[in-house]
Design a protein around this ligand. Structure first.
Ligand code: BGC
Length: 489
């Protein structure tokens, strides 16, 4: 950075002070995280909800049958038909993707459920034509915080990830969804409402017995892990066998909503204030893909307006003024620019924002992207470390999915390094591969994972283990029909 003038260097130093999270802070965050996870297991109104999901077993590889899986993600809606075959741990999958129109995210509940049901209908018509299907069990991946007293229902606690549809929060999402299916006469039985993290954990455990945690580092962030019922005081009144497993959807994007420990910057505060749900998802807003580009944009705007330095002086910055105009992919591209003169970053800024950058400005952009991306990876590690510390797990595998984990450069290495610092691993660890706790790319959670959870649910009902099943008789019938519905190959 020899050619960067003093005013910009000073700004870079200031940004480093704001965004660098040192080992000590990581440890402090993790310790607070552990106590918040525990609080969530004990009471209903804790900041981290620690939602019991009624997914009460890992797969053993012998699950069979044909299942639909629906994933209502932020950008796409995916429908899969998953056939778990007789061969242990194997499956066939067919799938279709549908665009999730941006307007739906802020539209009405009827429009949402109508659209989702239309996609399912198209899928069945396209893949099954006139074939007579009695009923297909469905694992519905609904990746928002939901209170579940049963596996086939879920009261939306609050929308996250920029969704803002009136009249859904505080209500069970299953009845209106089922009504939309019924209106279209679709032969589908919602068998399990699944969080993407639980699906990720279960899908990954299908092929890897060391899997203990499923994580998403994507548009949002969160994790699920397998608890034992005896360690969930808020379920004590149900007198469940304490040794029974229970997948917990932590919903830890909400960690530190009280702002006690996370090193928030003025930019994080603006993001929160201007979001549809201020005061919520404090942790997620600092690390998840939806927000990384926005943090970057806010810093640049601030620098442009500052009297202490010259950034984009004399240029038209109107495009930069548009909220959420930059996504995490923009930062990824800057971090990936292979050229010494950052010519790709120059072109990106020109093409996307019509801003022509000087070389020192490009250096600043690169450093800023690194700072934001590194902070996200390091803070993300605190959540994983906290679950492991809470459970006393010194070694295990963690299955991770999501656009940030899969596509953001260096995210995995930075996360592994942070885990090493938090957990005091020896010097030769913290590289990812071969670490005591390894975060690995997950199997398809919202396809295979959701199907497996539906299969495990039906298996449980057939064995008479009805805890967390809304209507065991109806579910038993579904299990019988599911077997009949399996297409002959
Ligand atoms: C949601 C979680 C989800 C995570 C990752 C968060 O915003 O609240 O339910 O698991 O995003 O998709």
């Amino acid at each position: 950075m020899a050619d960067v003038p003093k005013d910009l260097l000073d700004q870079i130093n200031k940004l480093e002070d704001l965004f660098i999270v040192d080992t000590q802070k990581l440890k402090e965050v993790t310790d607070q995280f552990v106590s918040e996870l525990r609080r969530g297991l004990g009471q209903d109104d804790a900041t981290i909800p620690m939602n019991p999901t009624w997914c009460m077993a890992f797969p053993d590889g012998n699950e069979t049958g044909t299942f639909l899986a629906l994933d209502m993600g932020g950008t796409n809606l995916r429908v899969c038909e998953v056939t778990l075959t007789e061969e242990k741990g194997e499956f066939d999958i067919i799938q279709s993707k549908y665009r999730m129109p941006e307007e739906l995210k802020t539209g009405t509940a009827d429009e949402l459920w109508g659209y989702v049901a239309d996609c399912l209908q198209q899928f069945i018509e396209y893949h099954h034509g006139d074939e007579k299907i009695e009923q297909l069990p469905l694992g519905f991946t609904f990746s928002y915080p939901a209170t579940q007293n049963h596996i086939d229902h879920g009261i939306l606690q609050r929308w996250t990830k920029g969704f803002d549809i009136d009249g859904v929060e505080g209500k069970d999402v299953v009845p209106p969804f089922e009504a939309a299916l019924a209106e279209r006469g679709l032969p589908i039985k919602l068998t399990a409402l699944v969080n993407d993290t639980t699906g990720t954990m279960i899908a990954s455990a299908y092929t890897d017995p060391l899997m203990r945690i499923g994580c998403i580092f994507g548009t949002g962030c969160n994790a699920a892990y397998m608890e034992d019922c005896g360690s969930i005081p808020k379920l004590a009144h149900m007198n469940l066998d304490p040794s029974l497993p229970m997948a917990i959807n932590c919903e830890y994007g909400a960690f530190d909503n009280e702002h006690k420990v996370l090193p928030r910057t003025p930019y994080d505060i603006i993001i929160d204030k201007e979001s549809p749900r201020p005061g919520q998802q404090a942790f997620e807003k600092m690390i998840a893909g939806l927000y990384l580009g926005e943090i970057f944009r806010l810093v640049l705007l601030d620098l442009h307006q500052s009297h202490d330095c010259e950034v984009f002086a004399g240029q038209d910055i109107s495009k930069l003024q548009k909220a959420y105009s930059l996504d995490a992919g923009f930062l990824s591209a800057i971090e990936e620019d292979p050229f010494e003169n950052l010519s790709e970053t120059h072109d990106l800024m020109q093409n996307k924002l019509s801003i022509s950058c000087t070389k020192p400005e490009l250096e600043l952009l690169r450093r800023l992207a690194e700072l934001i991306g590194t902070r996200a990876a390091r803070l993300s590690a605190c959540g994983v470390a906290a679950i492991c510390k809470h459970k006393g797990w010194e070694t295990c595998h963690v299955g991770a999915d999501g656009s940030v984990f899969n596509k953001y450069p260096h995210f995995k290495v930075r996360g592994a390094q942070a885990l090493k610092e938090i957990l005091d691993w020896p010097e030769n660890k913290g590289k990812g591969k071969g670490d005591p706790i390894e975060i690995l790319p997950a199997e398809d959670g919202s396809g295979v994972g959701a199907a497996l959870i539906a299969a495990l649910t039906l298996k449980r009902v057939q064995q008479g283990q009805n805890a967390g099943i809304r209507d065991p008789e109806a579910m038993k019938k579904a299990a019988e029909l599911a077997r009949k519905a399996r297409p002959s190959k």
